[in-house]
Design a protein around this ligand. Structure first.
Ligand SMILES: Nc1ncnc2c1ncn2[C@@H]1O[C@H](COP(=O)(O)OP(=O)(O)OP(=O)(O)O)[C@@H](O)[C@H]1O
Ligand SMILES: [Mg+2]
Length: 244
């Protein structure tokens, strides 16, 4: 579904991503994990075409992303931004329907879709009239998810969608999200700090460090066959959270 070929990203002297290749399989969930600053969000935003890589190519469904097709490609990808990224001056409903209104989706269709999304994410419909500051953290995350799903994208890219939630809400949302992924059978790329969460959601876990992909595979691969001391240490540090 998404392919990165020799993709790297430099910001001045800082190399956020060293040249890497990566393939995201259709209808599968992939988790990107690694320490803060290792390049997870950068990689996700490159897949979306929001950041242009310094070297390399991004392919989306057999098409190389270019200035001409990036807008169309982006409409096929739902993006949940790290820390929510809702517009504070728009109500929840206005946040969710922003692109749909821009694309002039008929009102009736918007309302039908809103109801589907409220049902799907278990969000109380009346709360759609509220502003982000008037919602709980968990509700804001659901609004972010609804916004990403509004146009029924083929791919869902989620940047720490469950960050900064209390453990109960997080656990509830984890369960809900997984059910949503299974129901929708979308291609999912999810960024997380948490190995247990990565293993819960994803078939493939991609462990990163300082702009490099250290190892990718299943939880068992990473746990039983860490490729280097960093991979081993990262797994060990998270051991208490992963049940193994
Ligand atoms: N626009 C930018 N200009 C300069 N440097 C940047 C820019 N965006 C990111 N960086 C740097 O690139 C590196 C990778 O950042 P990125 O946001 O991808 O990390 P991350 O893995 O998502 O971290 P976190 O887990 O904290 O969200 C960091 O060192 C960051 O400071
Ligand atoms: Mg990030």
């Amino acid at each position: 579904m998404i392919q990165l070929k020799n993709v790297s990203k430099r910001y001045g002297d800082l190399t956020a991503l060293h040249p890497l290749d990566m393939a995201i399989q259709q209808s599968r969930a992939t988790a990107l994990i690694g320490p803060s600053g290792c390049g997870k969000s950068t990689l996700l935003r490159i897949m979306l075409g929001l950041i242009t890589p310094t070297t390399g190519e991004v392919w989306f469904k057999e098409q190389r992303l270019s200035q001409e097709n990036v807008r169309t490609a982006r409409l096929a990808m739902g993006y949940v931004i790290q820390d929510g990224g809702l517009f504070p001056h728009l109500t929840a409903e206005e946040n969710v329907t922003l692109m749909a209104r821009h694309l002039k989706m008929p009102l009736e269709q918007q309302q039908t879709r809103l109801q589907e999304l409220c049902d799907l994410t278990d969000f109380p419909r009346p709360a759609l009239a509220r502003y982000p500051a008037e919602l709980s953290g968990g509700q804001r995350q659901r609004v972010g998810l609804m916004r990403a799903l509004m146009l029924d994208p083929e791919v869902l890219l989620l940047d720490e969608p469950l960050g900064a939630l209390d453990p109960m809400t997080r656990s509830q949302l984890q369960t809900d999200l997984k059910a949503i992924f299974q129901k929708l059978q979308k291609t999912v790329v999810l960024v997380t700090h948490d190995m247990a969460e990565a293993a819960y959601f994803a078939d493939t876990i991609v462990l990163m460090r300082e702009g490099i992909i250290v190892q990718q595979g299943s939880l068992e691969d990473l746990r039983d066959r860490p490729v280097d001391p960093f991979a081993r240490a990262f797994l060990m540090a998270q051991r208490r959270e992963v049940e193994f």
